[in-house]
Ligand binder design. Structure first.
Ligand SMILES: Cc1ncc(COP(=O)(O)O)c(C=O)c1O
Length: 471
């Protein structure tokens, strides 16, 4: 049996007993030895689960006496009054951070609404109601509006020579939904999957929620270690590898073309689906990124997801999923029909008319310049501190390493007190290890906020760092 899965089982078991109030404040938990024997797992697995629960303030340890349930004042438990619900509440760590209003917003990988084409899109809203007076009285097809799929397949053929056709496309409500549908369609509890380390945190949360056994693949500024991937595919026979190879979130790294081709060969050889999440490739600065991994696929091993939310309209929630294999598509259409019977038609039509207009190109060109300026301002301010990062050629984030002894998770509370937010590295780590890395988004705050906020942040970290090293 698999270690990660067993660990999650023990962790969930203990947490559920606490949240169901079966084990109350200051109750002693079963000893590691007894729980390991009851659950037929290794003692280290129980120890690991207890350590994580302790880190999350759900339990505490007393010297030589064992582990005890933490009092609820210190716990982050939201639904004390409805235990049956709270026991199964899923946490989305990123949305918890975004909930806090701050003046220096560096945690959201969202584009400043002032940089998006609000006025032009609203022109198309009026046009759509004139063209399709019954648009709100009609369902979309499950697969998505045919006119939109035709326009998108024409775009992909021109842009990337993908030679796809409208039947290969499925319109989804954001790429978040696309990942969710894939997880529902292809992954069951205990199935092994590969995730990049670090990775997009909501994808981690989704696959964890299903109970997948997650194995990690390191991503570096130069891409992957393909030998590592081949070894993992051979040994673990994963169902899929979810990856974000172009201006990767959170690191901004891009996987080079030669590796893209070889990755498809490995996926074919080991029958592992590649889930290529491409939310950022249009946001490049000096040069265009390599073409998607999907362009190397000839046998339907790649499911390509392209979101238009970030740089056109987060509110319309339009993304598209593509695959060349009929049986893969059928499974996805089924889960999509169960999820919502098709994305809202109005949004698809508004998007279609804006997307097919010449305004799109003008908008994207201006947007790239505005974001590059913000990135450069953030980098210039950061250069005052002795921190490490690889400057990305696109995307919305800097992935920054602070001195080793600092935990960015601990730093977050202090930063939020100063009205600054960022994403601590641990949230992006499928293994949830403490980390001295953090993600700073330069796309939401304006130039002035970036300058002021980063200076304030550097002061905070340097003050905090000197206290930590004195301690
Ligand atoms: C890599 C990646 N995938 C998917 C999403 C979800 O985007 P949306 O659902 O808005 O398309 C995000 C958003 O931050 C992301 O960074």
């Amino acid at each position: 049996m698999n270690g990660d899965f067993l660990f999650k089982q023990v962790y969930d078991y203990v947490l559920n007993r606490i949240e169901l109030n079966e084990w109350k404040e200051d109750d002693k938990l079963p000893s590691i030895r007894n729980l390991a024997a009851d659950m037929k797992v290794h003692r280290l697995t129980v120890l690991k689960a207890y350590q994580l629960l302790k880190q999350e303030n759900r339990i505490y340890a007393k010297d030589k006496s064992g582990y005890f349930v933490q009092s609820s004042d210190n716990s982050k438990y939201d639904n004390q009054d409805i235990p049956m619900i709270s026991a199964y509440v899923q946490k989305n760590h990123l949305s918890e951070i975004h909930k806090v209003p701050v003046s220096y917003q560096f945690s959201q990988a969202l584009i400043d609404p002032n940089l998006l084409p609000n006025r032009y899109i609203s022109d198309y809203v009026k046009k759509v109601f004139d063209l399709y007076p019954k648009v709100l009285s009609t369902y979309s097809t499950v697969q998505g509006d045919e006119e939109l799929r035709q326009s998108l397949s024409g775009y992909f053929n021109r842009q990337y020579k993908m030679f796809t056709n409208p039947d290969h496309l499925l319109i989804t409500t954001g790429s978040q939904q696309a990942i969710h549908l894939i997880a529902q369609a292809f992954v069951k509890a205990r199935d092994t999957i590969l995730l990049e380390r670090p990775s997009y945190s909501s994808a981690i949360d989704m696959f964890r929620a299903i109970g997948a056994n997650i194995i990690t693949v390191d991503i570096h500024p130069y891409g992957y270690d393909l030998e590592q991937i081949e070894h993992l595919m051979k040994k673990h026979k994963p169902r899929l590898f979810y990856l974000n190879p172009t201006f990767h979130n959170p690191t901004g790294y891009t996987v080079p073309p030669a590796q893209r081709k070889q990755l498809v060969q490995l996926a074919e050889q080991y029958r592992c689906l590649l889930i290529e999440d491409d939310a950022y490739s249009d946001i490049y600065f000096d040069e265009e990124p390599p073409t998607p991994i999907y362009t190397y696929d000839t046998s339907g091993m790649v499911i390509y997801i392209k979101s238009f939310c970030k740089y056109i309209s987060p509110g319309l929630r339009i993304a598209v999923m593509m695959n060349g294999h009929e049986s893969v598509r059928k499974s996805l259409f089924t889960v999509k029909s169960l999820a919502d019977n098709g994305s809202p038609l109005l949004n698809q039509k508004i998007f279609l008319h804006y997307f097919s207009s010449s305004r799109l190109q003008q908008h994207v060109e201006k947007l790239r310049i505005a974001l590059q300026i913000r990135k450069e301002i953030m980098e210039k301010e950061l250069s005052a501190a002795n921190w490490q990062w690889t400057s990305p050629n696109g995307g919305l984030n800097l992935w920054v390493q602070l001195p080793d002894h600092l935990s960015t998770e601990d730093l977050l509370t202090k930063a939020i007190d100063q009205s600054i937010s960022f994403v601590p590295g641990q949230i992006c780590d499928p293994l949830k290890q403490p980390s001295s890395w953090l993600r700073l988004s330069y796309s939401f705050a304006n130039e002035e906020q970036i300058s002021k906020g980063i200076r304030k942040f550097i002061n905070l970290v340097q003050r905090d760092g000197s206290h930590a090293s004195e301690a």
